[in-house]
Ligand binder design. Structure first.
Ligand SMILES: NC(=O)c1ccc[n+]([C@@H]2O[C@H](COP(=O)([O-])OP(=O)(O)OC[C@H]3O[C@@H](n4cnc5c(N)ncnc54)[C@H](OP(=O)(O)O)[C@@H]3O)[C@@H](O)[C@H]2O)c1
Length: 218
């Protein structure tokens, strides 16, 4: 299972006025975000999102930790950062304070010195030549990390590639009750083909909609 989790304004903006997601979603979105993380075996994210959002280490709330332990899984899911440049702050808490070491998923063309530093800072997986081959990358997460449930938190660039490759099973989308206008990104970029969705469920809280879609093959 590969599930995308994204938030957008009612007019489709995937970032707020500051180019981040912090002010897009409300309390319910945070609960969904945390619950999906607690259910995941690996949390995949593009390096663009890590840089823009200042990603920190993944920590479960006490209640979700207990539920996860009851499910037989004793550690939080690893965050897996996809990058070709390895332009990452390896001294940041994402790497130094993660309970489950953060994984870097990169390609053979990544700078050798940075590869060495990333391997020392956490766990490095290399798949693909100039770019990460995401299909093989996901297969590697399954074989190396036992990650059956992969949660992808974007961004739009990574989403577009995963969808185009037919790798996505579900989309969880929070629709925030706001119009932002502007020219910011949408939740998917560079898809180049139409992907149909099948509605699985809709919930509402404080005017926010939480929509769960099944993703049809492209
Ligand atoms: N609304 C939402 O729910 C949501 C969720 C997530 C993010 N966002 C927003 O989206 C924006 C960032 O999204 P984005 O589309 O620019 O970036 P992104 O998808 O998060 O990351 C793009 C980066 O990931 C790496 N990458 C992607 N595919 C790769 C491949 N096949 N091989 C190797 N590396 C690969 C590259 O990193 P390197 O440059 O390091 O090589 C690339 O620059 C931010 O503003 C963020 O706030 C919104």
């Amino acid at each position: 299972m590969l599930r995308l989790n994204m938030v957008a304004s009612a007019d489709g903006a995937a970032t707020d006025e500051r180019g981040r997601t912090a002010d897009l979603g409300g309390r319910g979105d945070l609960l969904v975000f945390r619950a999906l993380r607690a259910h995941a075996d690996a949390i995949l994210v593009g390096a663009g999102t890590v840089r823009a959002e200042g990603y920190g280490p993944h920590r479960l709330t006490r209640a979700l930790e207990q539920r996860r332990t009851a499910d037989g899984r004793d550690t939080p899911a690893a965050i897996v950062v996809v990058t070709a440049t390895l332009d990452l702050d390896l001294a940041a808490p994402l790497f130094t304070q993660a309970v489950t070491p953060t994984v870097v998923l990169t390609c053979a063309a990544a700078p050798a010195e940075r590869r060495k530093a990333a391997a020392a800072a956490g766990r490095l997986l290399v798949v693909g030549e100039q770019r990460v081959d995401l299909a093989r990358g996901i297969a590697l997460l399954r074989s190396e990390l036992g990650a059956e449930q992969v949660l992808c938190e974007g961004g739009p660039n990574v989403n577009g590639q995963l969808l185009a490759a037919g790798l996505v099973d579900e989309l969880c989308l929070t629709l925030a009750p706001a119009l932002l206008g502007g020219g910011g990104p949408r939740i998917v970029q560079g898809l180049g083909t139409r992907v149909s969705l099948e509605l699985i469920a809709v919930c509402e809280c404080d005017g926010e909609l939480y929509v769960r879609y099944g993703v049809m093959p492209p």
